[in-house]
Design a protein around this ligand. Structure first.
Ligand SMILES: *[C@@H]1O[C@H](CO)[C@@H](O)[C@H](O)[C@H]1NC(C)=O
Ligand SMILES: *[C@@H]1O[C@H](CO)[C@@H](O)[C@H](O)[C@H]1NC(C)=O
Ligand SMILES: *[C@@H]1O[C@H](CO)[C@@H](O)[C@H](O)[C@H]1NC(C)=O
Ligand SMILES: *[C@@H]1O[C@H](CO)[C@@H](O)[C@H](O)[C@H]1NC(C)=O
Ligand SMILES: *[C@@H]1O[C@H](CO)[C@@H](O)[C@H](O)[C@H]1NC(C)=O
Ligand SMILES: *[C@@H]1O[C@H](CO)[C@@H](O)[C@H](O)[C@H]1NC(C)=O
Length: 371
């Protein structure tokens, strides 16, 4: 499935580039920047490597081993990362690069659990999404069970990002078959806060499988959604409707909707998913944060559109859980987790690595590069 889509995209972009008057892309004349052949290797990271706990579901995360990473610049000028599991593990590095930077594990956001976690009996917040708004950092996190649509997005806030500084505010939004539409058909995990840089309107993007990616506007206090503002941003009509992990970014007048497609985890090297159905990172763009988002073929993301900007290749398997770090020394960076099949030959979830690449925009379409 993945390679079929990639070749459709390839044909479209060749004609698009042929008619274009913009400068040639920063690649060789014979290489198509949108084909899988152009996907770069991930930039490596350095830091704590907690292999002792590698098979535990709640330990062994943080440092260089992350799942669904969220990265943000802290008030001390360091970069902070947040990971699924471990009550939202906090790590910190002075730089992304493996020479200057070293990811040190600091602790957790939800040290005492949260009201959402305690009420569901789960001990395992997923997919943190941390942003600075004003002088406060907002961490939206997900509480659910694998394969369930009975889920909540919770919120914790802090002024410093450090362990012990977080105030938990409990659930912002919840889904189940028994609540009102569209929360009865969606799955409130994988939250993503996006504040429109033009209008300052705050949005909460969310979703995983069940009707895929949805969006609500948030109240100005960012603690509850505005009813009657729901819109579907992306949907794969092909079962199992495997889209999740949405992340919205803005650059050059375009809103970008990134998402992870396919099966995230639990890979068994004796029985891997059919090639192309493992995690990959896809993207589309719009002139509005509420869509419609389209890919390079003009296919709406709600009709299965979205081109693969990064997928399995070389020693990279199942990249996803991505986000964008804007203006990292003047460049935009896409960060994600992936299985590095050299350091993790058995594809264990807990050895997934943080990876990152620079984003180039070619005619407004994002392409990853190593340099
Ligand atoms: C890249 O795309 C080509 C053509 O569609 C396909 O044959 C190949 O298997 C793909 N490679 C990867 C690593 O996905
Ligand atoms: C993790 O589990 C695998 C398979 O059960 C085992 O081979 C490996 O030794 C375990 N690693 C650790 C660090 O416990
Ligand atoms: C959650 O439960 C733990 C363990 O009982 C308790 O220490 C903690 O205070 C509770 N947290 C909240 C937010 O209720
Ligand atoms: C969701 O709610 C709507 C409106 O109440 C209802 O029409 C629909 O049947 C519900 N869907 C499911 C799957 O429960
Ligand atoms: C992995 O797949 C093999 C082959 O289907 C199966 O025998 C084995 O039980 C699986 N291992 C796990 C941990 O599910
Ligand atoms: C993590 O540590 C293990 C054990 O020392 C090592 O084999 C592995 O290569 C390290 N991983 C990375 C990415 O450095």
């Amino acid at each position: 499935m993945a390679s079929l889509r990639a070749s459709g995209v390839t044909a479209a972009i060749f004609s698009l580039l042929a008619c274009s008057t913009v400068a040639a892309p920063p690649y060789g004349h014979n290489s198509n920047p949108f084909s899988n052949a152009s996907w770069p290797l991930p930039r490596m990271v350095r830091g704590q490597n907690d292999t002792a706990n590698a098979n535990s579901t709640t330990q062994g995360w943080g440092g260089i081993h992350l799942h669904d990473p969220s990265l943000v610049l802290g008030p001390d000028g360091h970069y902070y990362s947040f990971s699924t599991h471990g009550l939202t593990v906090i790590s910190r590095a002075s730089e992304m690069g493996s020479i200057e930077g070293y990811w040190e594990i600091l602790g957790s956001v939800l040290e005492a659990g949260s009201s959402v976690i305690n009420s569901t009996g789960s001990t395992d917040p997923w997919a943190p999404d941390v942003h600075r708004v004003g002088d406060t950092y907002y961490d939206y996190y997900a509480v659910s069970q694998f394969g369930s649509q009975i889920s909540s997005v919770g919120l914790a806030t802090s002024k410093t990002l450090l362990p012990g500084s977080w105030t938990d505010h409990g659930a912002v939004i919840s889904s189940s078959p028994d609540v009102s539409y569209p929360l009865n058909i969606t799955n409130t995990i994988d939250p993503n806060l996006f504040v429109d840089p033009k209008t300052h309107t705050p949005f909460l993007n969310y979703g995983s499988f069940w009707a895929d990616i949805y969006q609500f506007q948030l109240n100005p206090d960012l603690m509850a959604v505005r009813q009657d503002t729901a819109v579907q941003l992306s949907f794969d009509p092909v079962l199992p409707q495997a889209e999740e992990g949405a992340y919205m970014s803005y650059a050059g007048g375009w809103y970008y909707l990134w998402y992870s497609h396919g099966l995230c985890c639990g890979y068994n090297i004796s029985a891997l998913p059919t090639p192309g159905t493992e995690y990959s990172i896809r993207v589309g763009r719009s002139r509005s944060p509420s869509g419609p988002f389209v890919d390079m073929n003009g296919v709406d993301l709600t009709a299965g559109g979205g081109y693969i900007v990064f997928g399995s290749h070389d020693y990279v398997y199942g990249p996803g859980g991505q986000g964008v770090l804007s203006n990292y020394h003047g460049r935009d960076v896409l960060y994600y987790h992936y299985v590095n099949t050299i350091v993790d030959p058995l594809y264990y979830d807990n050895l997934k690595l943080l990876g990152w690449n620079y984003i180039n925009y070619i005619d407004g379409w994002p392409v990853l590069s190593y340099n």
